[in-house]
Design a protein around this ligand. Structure first.
Ligand SMILES: Cc1cc2nc3c(=O)[nH]c(=O)nc-3n(C[C@H](O)[C@H](O)[C@H](O)COP(=O)(O)O)c2cc1C
Length: 427
């Protein structure tokens, strides 16, 4: 069983999203305001659509916290969909009685798009495969759950992971690294983190941001959409999270799966990523500089993005997610009808964003933090925050120590802190 897990529920235009988070130790200070910050960040960003003017996401903590402290029991968060008020009949949970069915049919007959079943499947969405897989003749049953509205619940859960990691000195943030082929110039990332976070695209390079905005405007004026790349950076991780001993204990693999799970992400890189394949090894591998201040190990560069052998190496973690252009175009692509199987001129159009790289970055942060929280708890365990803090402190102390000089043929591994270290004595 995973040490820290979460499960979301909810449809895009249903009454509410929900998420249960399990495995959070007792004694973590937590309020709804703590979760608010990231939820608001997910809603922002130049290129978002009208939905964000309707929603004011807030996660209500309805279980697992008492008097501002976690109880160690499952935490249940609810994020209401304000837009639900416009969809009550279309999305109602109870069976449709005759009167309600007639009302819905009349709305559809009057040209109300919400009320009409969706059959013109949209390219780039789960519509076709989902409808066939689950046996639906109305694609709304697919798109309501496949929609990235669900990521609001993930970001709420990520807020808990953030509060947990922060207690241990671990901090994550993200920024927009690229939009439509315009990339941040590392030599021109002049904005400090707070300023970058508040900018229209959450971008540290003001010049690049201007050109990124122009690309989004270009897409908008053509009824088109555009993608990009976000980068998540995490500071304060101890060396040794994850393991090289088995594939499913590698932290890089778990993080790649977590970031890849975001609806819209089509690739994941760590550090230099695919660029490594174009260089000689001498221009890729991070030279180990030795033990620095306070016993901390340092590398001269961080091309690996903080992970080697699936294990954190003490450098900042750097993960990038490739965001495809939004699938729903204001000028819809041709497609086909689910029922007739015939080609149609225009796919179904559902109100949509044009570009979501900054928002996807916030979801990326959440997925990274949730994954790190799992690995931290697996390594350091603990039913209470005090237990976890003490265990992390003990570990940090141990790895800062100088190991015993090894002796060839010694029958012990020289474990630091063990009285018998490298004694060579019999078992
Ligand atoms: C924050 C966020 C907002 C999104 N908004 C939209 C949107 O308005 N319209 C759209 O077509 N896709 C949107 N997407 C992406 C789709 O949900 C996603 O492309 C689709 O479900 C298909 O999944 P896939 O891209 O993983 O194959 C959004 C994704 C994220 C992360």
């Amino acid at each position: 069983m995973s040490a820290f897990r979460f499960l979301t529920a909810g449809e895009s235009h249903g009454q509410t999203l929900g998420v249960t988070v399990e495995g959070v130790p007792a004694g973590l200070p937590l309020t709804a305001d703590d979760l608010q910050v990231d939820l608001a960040r997910r809603q922002r960003g130049y290129g978002r659509g009208a939905r964000q003017t309707i929603e004011r996401d807030r996660a209500d903590i309805v279980a697992g916290v008492r008097h501002g402290l976690t109880l160690g029991s499952p935490i249940l968060l609810l994020v209401a969909n304000r837009d639900w008020e416009n969809w009550t009949r279309v999305m109602q949970v109870e069976p449709l009685d005759t009167a309600a069915a007639e009302e819905l049919a009349a709305l559809a007959g009057d040209g109300n798009k919400r009320a009409a079943p969706v059959t013109r499947v949209r390219p780039g969405h789960a519509d076709l495969a989902g409808a066939l897989k689950y046996g639906f003749n109305d694609v709304r049953n697919v798109l309501e759950r496949a929609s990235a509205r669900e990521t609001a619940a993930r970001v709420a859960a990520g807020g808990i992971a953030r509060a947990f990691l922060r207690e241990l000195g671990i901090e994550a943030w993200s920024f927009t690294a690229e939009v439509g082929g315009v990339a941040v110039d590392p030599a021109n990332t002049t904005r400090p983190r707070d300023e970058a976070d508040a900018s229209p695209l959450r971008c540290p390079d003001p010049d690049a941001e201007e050109r990124m905005i122009a690309r989004i405007d270009e897409a908008r004026s053509n009824g088109d959409t555009i993608g990009g790349v976000f980068e998540v950076v995490v500071h304060g991780l101890p060396i040794g999270l994850g393991s090289y001993v088995h594939w499913d204990r590698r932290l890089d693999a778990a993080l790649a799966a977590a970031v890849m799970s975001i609806n819209i992400v089509k690739g994941v890189e760590f550090g230099l990523g695919f660029e490594q394949t174009r260089r000689f090894g001498s221009a890729v591998h991070d030279v180990i500089g030795g033990r620095g201040d306070g016993g901390r190990w340092v590398h001269r560069t961080n091309n690996a993005g903080g992970l080697t052998g699936g294990v954190t190496n003490g450098e900042p973690l750097v993960v990038r997610g490739a965001v495809k252009p939004i699938s729903t175009l204001a000028r819809p692509l041709p497609s086909a009808d689910l029922i007739s199987g015939e080609a149609v001129e225009k796919a179904h159009y559902e109100r949509s964003d044009i570009s979501v790289v900054p928002a996807a970055g916030v979801v990326g942060e959440a997925m990274v933090m949730l994954t790190l929280a799992t690995f931290v708890l697996e390594k350091f365990g603990g039913d209470t925050m005090d237990d976890v803090r003490a265990s992390v402190a003990r570990y940090r102390e141990r790895i800062a120590q100088v190991p015993e000089t090894p002796v060839a043929g010694a029958r012990r591994h020289g474990l630091v802190g063990s009285d018998e270290a490298s004694s060579g004595g019999d078992d």
